[in-house]
Design a protein around this ligand. Sequence first.
Ligand code: WQD
Length: 360
Amino acid sequence: MSAPSTVLVTGGAGFIGSHACAELLDHGYELIVVDDYSNSAPQVFARVQRVAGRFVGAVYELDIRDRQALSAVFDRHTVDAVVHFAGLKSVGASTRRPAEYYDTNVGGTTALLRTMHEHGVHQLVFSSSCSIYGEAGALPLDESVPARPTGPYASSTWTCEGILADVCRHRPEYTVVCLRCFNAVGAHPSGLLGENPRGTPDNLMPFLAQVAVGRRDRLQVFGDDYPTPDGTAVRDYIHVMDTVDAHRVALDHLADGPGMRVYNLGAGRGSSVFDVVRSFSRACGRPLPYEIAPRRPGDVATLVADASAVARDWGWRPSRGLDDMCEDAWRFQRLNPYGYEGSARRPGADRRSDGGPPIR
Ligand code: WQD
């Protein structure tokens, strides 16, 4: 089985997806991107092109549950492998819209798999989530720790893993690498790409960045009474550039042979909310205001990866620390106070590389 050269990226306009596009283009892949822009914007592709010095091959605005539209993309392009980011990712929002999370995340994955099968595409990297571990007792977490998802986001993601495992179990032609992403944060060091959530950020790092740039008054720290060193919750933050580097390496390892392999994708070290606040304060050069608020439903005290499996099997380790994440996140926020939408829309920014019509 040869290494893939043309990769379809679902959710390629999103935070991790757009950084992955830049990384894969930079490493010579041809990319086809599909995204419904429900939590992203097409302006990002002009940035991706500036960062990578190459265009994405083609971008299609579609919902991957629309199998007719998705099939037309596979009809038009020879796809060697798929990297699947598309989905809803907010722990908190999923408790408010559970059915939508299952429909989008599980329905999107089954529609993608069926379309891939119809077109003889059997190689997939799935961007999963550490949230499937839930309130696991054993820490740090290795891949053998039983999943105990709490909430619709985690449960729908765990369901997707189960579907992929079943497909690989019964169809020997499939190869799947599943990466359980811990907390991917930061931004491309150029300041051109970063986290650009719509509305009020659910996640700590983009919210803190908006406090630092003056868009938000203060951070609400969701609980300081957890059984952790400083009472605030502990997470395994990993630089988004390390995260997408690992997704690229996963594509290389699809050639290791059929079946499904699962890896934790974290830095293997925990940082509390206060650790992140202190690091971001150093990055932006001033103390950041916060207040203690009640715990957020669905949160757990500690989630830290045992990331030894990916080091053992691939010889891969993350190379950036929390200060790098905050410095890069701050650079993007400082240069783009209102994200991509805040930048003037340049003529032709969304033109396709093959001279085709502008992205719809
Ligand atoms: C981190 C900590 C909050 C906001 C994320 C993604 C999820 C998955 C795992 C990939 C928690 C606290 C937050 C705020 C706060 N990644 N916090 N004030 O919940 O670990 O999940 O990583 O799939 O998709 O959502 O990340 O950034 O929301 O929270 O105190 O305003 O920061 O309580 O302890 P989380 P987060």
